[in-house]
Design a protein around this ligand. Structure first.
Ligand SMILES: Cc1cc2nc3c(=O)[nH]c(=O)nc-3n(C[C@H](O)[C@H](O)[C@H](O)COP(=O)(O)OP(=O)(O)OC[C@H]3O[C@@H](n4cnc5c(N)ncnc54)[C@H](O)[C@@H]3O)c2cc1C
Length: 393
């Protein structure tokens, strides 16, 4: 059935990527985004292994590479700034700690939006308020009051997905906090950050401070992380979040006091618990979830963007291969993706563990198993070529 009408909620990474592939397979796609426009900037995200292959199949290699941060690599330093270790972006075939495709989330979102805006209907500043499904479709009422009917609805609305709440139940059921809080915000580059990320970790307290280069060399991105037991940070109360950050890291050494001096002026302050989303199914009838909404692996996995891009490719392919039968299409997508998701979630958990106070580096005897998980998290999913399916590209 071509011309299947699909509503996608969320226009960040998973949403526009899914729109790209659904449109190519012949669906009519509407994307609804709660924010009044594309959300710019944000953290640096990266694509490795199969995710790079998906970008190539999208025909967006050149556009994505042109928008990359061009980070040369990372130095870890001690409290005096002495370099301890160096990782280069070209290490491990570009799939290492700093990937050669590293891009601000907002810039990747822009590339995906520019690519799809002509063939996809984007509605900004609105959201799904209510939905009811029957055997043939889904009736959606938007917050604006508009009512429309779709064949399928997919939530790509992130870690705190409202669609997940509406269809699958409250977020407490699915969010797994990993015991770490992460904050980031841009600062004036008075620190001489010059293409290299600089990473200070205090093993005894499990806290860290990081400065990353930005394309605009007059700015840098500061990151802090600190351990925290399972408490909920209100993600709307930015002033309380800033206070919490100050309390928790004020005595962390290195450049921390100078970086913290910019907290109040930062236009883009972010703080949240490092969390994963673990669900035993990602669809219910004609409604499915994708990206962080369904299977966030947490920022500490470095794989969330890859999961969003690969998931989008596979979901559109499997729905089209099932002739748009939602139950068969969603199930086939889930079967292909689940081991890949689990490997990325394991990397996220192991990374958080490695930052716990007093954590020991892995033993030589554990390295082989660890490298196998890393490889599964980067390459551990087949990408069928879906030859024979419609492809409008
Ligand atoms: C600090 C940090 C560092 C990270 N580092 C990395 C990294 O190094 N590598 C990596 O691969 N990944 C990283 N990630 C993860 C990466 O950002 C996510 O995995 C990725 O953005 C997932 O994309 P998404 O489209 O699923 O969700 P999101 O990017 O969260 O987008 C969700 C979208 O839905 C919109 N929305 C929300 N609610 C509604 C609604 N009700 N209706 C309509 N729209 C709605 C939001 O406005 C947003 O545009 C990091 C994340 C963070 C926070």
């Amino acid at each position: 059935m071509s011309g299947t009408k699909v509503l996608v909620a969320g226009a960040s990474i998973a949403g526009p990527a899914l729109a790209h592939w659904l449109r190519r397979r012949g669906a009519e796609v509407t994307v609804v985004e709660r924010a009044p426009g594309l959300r710019p900037g944000g953290q640096a995200v990266d694509a490795r292994g199969v995710a790079k292959e998906v970008i190539t199949r999208m025909g967006l290699d050149a556009e994505v590479r042109a928008a990359c941060t061009d980070t040369a690599g990372a130095h870890t330093v001690d409290a005096d700034g002495t370099v301890l270790e160096t990782y280069r972006a070209e290490d491990d075939g570009g799939d290492g700690y700093i990937a050669d495709i590293e891009i601000l989330r907002g810039d990747l979102s822009q590339v995906l939006y520019d690519d799809t805006r002509d063939g996809v209907e984007y509605v900004f500043g609105d959201r799904i308020a209510e939905l009811t499904q029957d055997a043939d479709g889904v009736d959606v009422t938007f917050a604006s009051g508009e009512r429309r009917r779709f064949d399928l609805v997919v939530g790509a609305d992130g870690l705190h997905s409202s669609l997940r709440g509406m269809v699958f139940g409250p977020r407490e059921r699915y969010l797994r906090h990993l015991g770490l809080v992460l904050a980031f915000f841009s600062v004036p580059n008075e620190f001489g950050v010059d293409g290299w990320m600089v990473d200070y970790q205090e093993q005894s307290s499990g806290r860290s401070a990081v400065l990353r280069p930005l394309k605009d060399a007059k700015q840098a991105m500061a990151f802090f992380s600190f351990p925290a037991a399972d408490f909920d940070v209100d993600h709307r109360d930015v002033e309380a979040q800033k206070r919490l950050l100050r309390e928790q890291v004020a005595d962390l050494g290195w450049l921390t006091p100078r970086i913290l001096a910019h907290v109040d002026d930062s236009p883009d302050f972010y703080l949240d618990q490092v969390a994963q989303v673990v669900m035993d199914r990602w669809s219910d009838g004609r409604v499915g979830l994708i990206g962080d909404a369904a299977f966030s692996s947490s920022p500490m996995s470095g794989g969330g963007t890859g999961l969003a891009l690969v998931g989008a490719y596979l979901l559109a392919g499997e729905l089209a291969a099932a002739d748009w039968d939602p139950v068969a299409g969603f199930a086939a997508h889930e079967q292909r993706m689940r081991p890949f998701v689990e490997a990325n979630q394991e990397i996220g958990r192991l990374h958080v563990e490695s930052r716990r106070p007093g954590a020991q580096p892995p033993q030589e005897s554990e390295m082989e198993a660890l490298m196998a998980v890393v490889d599964r998290a980067i390459n551990g999913v087949d990408l069928p070529d879906y030859a024979g399916l419609p492809d409008s590209r």
